[in-house]
Ligand binder design. Structure first.
Ligand code: NAP
Ligand code: F7E
Length: 325
């Protein structure tokens, strides 16, 4: 029988890759989007005739109950969130409402409407924040450093709590940074790849960045949605850390990206103090042993290949835009 998967945040980076993965496995995919006057969702336009889109918002309880009742899913993936860490200091209450309390609304809707559905919560390495130990695994204590990290910690604990309280098949995936050519342009990797493409093609000269010393564990988003799906195929619900196990600095990303375009980054990068965060997370590195051993999860793209993939995709996109102008 065809299974139905329900995805919040389908218009985002991960939502688009997850929808492709699930369509390939024969699922009926229902994606939840916020109402948009343009009715255009660029990352999933190529899938529009194969998926069902429904309109609702993580801040609206009744809407979540309505769309889950109508779709009666077998699996629910909660990827919707205000996901930009820097914005969470400017909009802490919105971030709490969407990224934190939104999880409570969705879990309540699942409990009331489709309690047998399997539930995936998109938790984040930002919950570790100022972590006492490196690398971080499923037992590392949380010390979030941003309103976003705090909201994600609430969502994580509530997911575990609904599993323990109501017996829901609810899993929390603690995912480290994952990137792709579909990454939002405000995140540092895409900001770099996009600007390198513009500099390479002569339409820009400078790239303004904040803290170049921060270190992250960066992987390819296409690999990480596979881990989400695998978590919901297990016999029992559990939580998993997903990452590459290798960290790099923002400066490393800059260097590889500019070198790939045949440019010297020192001639183009400026430090802008206003881009530094009120509280930084200096270092995150995953210990993905449990995901590798128990889910059989594997990486397919290494760091340098990821950087090159993003620079090449942006070069093509910027080139095309110039041609169309
Ligand atoms: P993304 O590209 O920013 O996508 C976020 C999605 O959430 C978008 O589809 C957005 O819709 C939707 N959304 C925002 N506010 C909403 C609301 N009030 N109601 C319903 N939907 C709403 O994020 P991503 O990189 O794909 O990440 C997916 C999830 O994983 C997020 O929860 C993120 O916090 C988490 N995560 C990401 C990473 C990473 O490195 N990418 C790592 C760990 C965890 P619009 O298109 O309408 O804005
Ligand atoms: O920042 C530094 C910045 O915004 C990475 C989200 O997907 O991953 C992501 O959160 C680092 C930080 O990602 C700029 O200070 C320097 O140290 O790309 P980012 P993030 O904050 O790690 C986690 C796992 C999530 O869950 C989140 O949803 O880069 N940095 N200069 C900069 N960052 C940005 N954005 N822009 C700069 O100019």
């Amino acid at each position: 029988m065809t299974k139905t998967a329900f995805i919040t945040g389908i218009s985002g980076q991960d939502g688009s890759y997850l929808a492709e993965l699930l369509l390939g496995k024969g699922y009926h995919v229902v994606g939840m989007v916020r109402r948009s006057p343009q009715d255009v969702y660029p990352r999933i336009e190529h899938l529009r005739d194969r998926i069902t889109l429904v309109q609702a918002d993580l801040t609206d309880q009744a809407g979540l109950i309505r769309v889950l009742s109508a779709s009666q899913p077998d699996e629910v993936y909660n990827l919707g969130a205000q996901s930009f860490v820097a914005a969470s200091w400017e909009q802490p209450v919105l971030t709490a409402e969407t990224t934190g309390v939104g999880v409570a609304r969705l879990l309540e809707a699942v409990r009331l409407v489709c309690p047998h559905a399997r539930f995936y919560q998109a938790s984040s390495s930002e919950m570790f924040g100022n972590a006492a130990t490196t690398p971080q695994d499923e037992n590392t204590p949380f010390h979030p450093r941003s309103p976003y990290g705090v909201a994600k910690a609430f969502g994580h604990h509530l997911t575990v709590n609904y599993r323990e309280s109501f017996g829901l098949f609810a899993c929390s995936g603690i995912l480290f940074n994952h990137e792709s050519p579909r990454r939002g342009r405000e995140f540092v990797t895409r900001k770099i790849s996009r600007q390198v493409a513009c500099i390479r093609l002569g339409s820009e000269e400078q790239l303004r960045l904040g803290n170049l010393h921060a270190r992250r564990d960066w992987g390819f988003a296409g690999d990480y949605v596979e881990a989400m799906w695998l978590m919901l195929q297990q016999e029992s619900p559990r939580d998993f850390v997903v990452g590459t196990g290798v960290d790099h600095s923002v400066a490393d990303f800059v260097e590889v990206a500019f070198a790939h375009a045949g440019l010297d980054w020192r001639r183009h990068v400026l430090i802008d103090e206003t881009l530094k965060r009120p509280a930084e997370v200096d270092l995150l590195r995953a210990d993905p042993t449990k995901a590798c051993e128990e889910l059989g999860w594997k990486l397919s793209v290494e760091f340098e290949a990821l950087v090159r993939m993003m620079v090449d995709a942006d070069t093509e996109e910027v080139n095309q835009a110039k041609g169309n102008a």
